[in-house]
Design a protein around this ligand. Structure first.
Ligand SMILES: [Zn+2]
Length: 132
C-alpha cells in the first residue's frame, strides 16, 4: 500500500503573538484588551474581528534567566533553565533555555517546541538556543 506523505503536514508547534487590528500593537501572551488603545479581543471572533496572529520566532536577546529545580513528575531532569528574552519587535517572552552557561544580553534564536514532557500535557512554548 502506498502512502502519500505529502498529504501530511509535519507537526510544528508555533507560538503566536497577536496584532491589534485597530492600532497595530503586538502583544504576547494574547491579551483580552489591547494595552495601547483598549480594543477588545474576542478569541472566538464572533463579536469582535479576529486579531492577526504573528508567529514569534527568530532572533532575540536574553534579558534574564533562572534555574528551576522543583520540577513536576514526568520530567527526567535535575533542573530546567528558563529565560526571559526580548524579540526584535520588542516583545518579551519566557521559555526554556538550552544554553549551558547563559549570559545576560547574549543573542539567542527562538523556536517553538513542546515544553512539557508530561504525557497528555504537551504545550507549545518557546525554546531558546544559541544562534548559529
Ligand atoms: Zn490597539
Amino acid at each position: 500500500m502506498d502512502i502519500d506523505f505529502s498529504q501530511y503536514e509535519p507537526f510544528k508547534p508555533v507560538v503566536y503573538a497577536v496584532k491589534c487590528p485597530k492600532c497595530g500593537t503586538l502583544d504576547y501572551p494574547a491579551p483580552m484588551i489591547c494595552k495601547n488603545c483598549g480594543e477588545r479581543r474576542d478569541p472566538s471572533g464572533a463579536i469582535f474581528s479576529a486579531w492577526e496572529k504573528v508567529p514569534l520566532d527568530g532572533k532575540c536577546k536574553l534579558l534574564g534567566w533562572t534555574k528551576l529545580y522543583a520540577l513536576p513528575e514526568g520530567i527526567e531532569k535535575k533542573y530546567l533553565l528558563f529565560g526571559v528574552v526580548e524579540f526584535e519587535n520588542g516583545l518579551r517572552a519566557i521559555g526554556r533555555l538550552l544554553v549551558e552557561e547563559p549570559k545576560t544580553g547574549m543573542e539567542l534564536v527562538s523556536t517553538a517546541g513542546l515544553v512539557r514532557e508530561i504525557p497528555g500535557e504537551d504545550v507549545a512554548g518557546f525554546i531558546f538556543d544559541i544562534a548559529g
